[in-house]
Every structure is written in structure tokens, then in C-alpha cells.
Design a protein. Structure first.
Length: 122
């Protein structure tokens, strides 16, 4: 950070600060942070992206897409499941995963669009 990107004097808008602090107390920002942190891992972001491209993939599909072992893919999928990013179903001896809902797809689509725009504006 340079001196130009910080306030040169200390002052704040008490009304805005109080309103936003109250808002923060009424939402589950910790869960949101944990969900985003789960997706922030490169392999888990790849899994999330892959599940945006196809409605449902089995663990073996995901392992092959990432080029990792089934155990490694399963580890990442458990983390994503725990944070509400993906859901799964069993069909015989196979486990299939899909995105928990359309919101996750929107998050990934928006993040990719933002990154693409950021590269253009550099």
C-alpha cells in the first residue's frame, strides 16, 4: 500500500459504521467466509467449475479431470460438501456429486467474469 491509497486524516461516518456493524451482527458472515474459503483452494475451484459444466459427476470422473487420486478427489469433495457447496448421492457403489444449488454456479460464473474483465482493464 502506498500513501495515496489511505486516508490522510482519520474520520468516519458514524451512521454508516453503526448501520453496517448492526447488519454484520444479523447475518452469518462466518459461514459465508468458510464457504468461500473452501472454494478458494485451486483443486476445489476446479471441482466447482467442472460441476458447473456438467450437472453431475462421479468421484472417478472428478479425479480424472483433476489428474489426482480418487482419495484426493474425495478429500476435496468432503470439504466442499461440509461447506454446502456440493451434494452427493449414492448409486450402487458409485458416488455422484453435483452443485448444492444454482447460487454456487452463479458465484463461479461471476468470479470468472470478474477475472476476465480485470485482465482486459489492465
Amino acid at each position: 500500500m502506498s500513501k495515496n491509497d489511505t486516508c490522510e486524516i482519520y474520520c468516519y461516518d458514524e451512521e454508516k459504521v453503526n448501520r453496517i456493524q448492526t447488519d454484520l451482527q444479523s447475518i452469518d458472515i462466518v459461514s459465508v467466509s468458510q464457504m468461500l474459503k473452501a472454494i478458494a483452494d485451486e483443486n476445489r475451484a476446479k471441482i466447482t467449475y467442472a460441476l458447473c459444466q456438467d450437472d453431475e459427476l462421479c468421484v472417478c470422473d472428478i479425479a480424472n479431470i483433476l489428474g489426482v487420486s480418487v482419495a484426493n478427489a474425495s478429500h476435496h469433495l468432503r470439504t466442499l460438501h461440509k461447506q454446502g457447496v456440493v451434494k452427493f448421492r449414492k448409486e450402487g457403489k458409485l458416488a455422484f456429486y453435483s452443485l448444492d444449488d444454482e447460487h454456487i454456479k452463479h458465484i463461479m460464473t461471476i468470479a470468472l467474469a470478474h477475472k476476465k474483465e480485470a485482465k482486459v482493464n489492465v
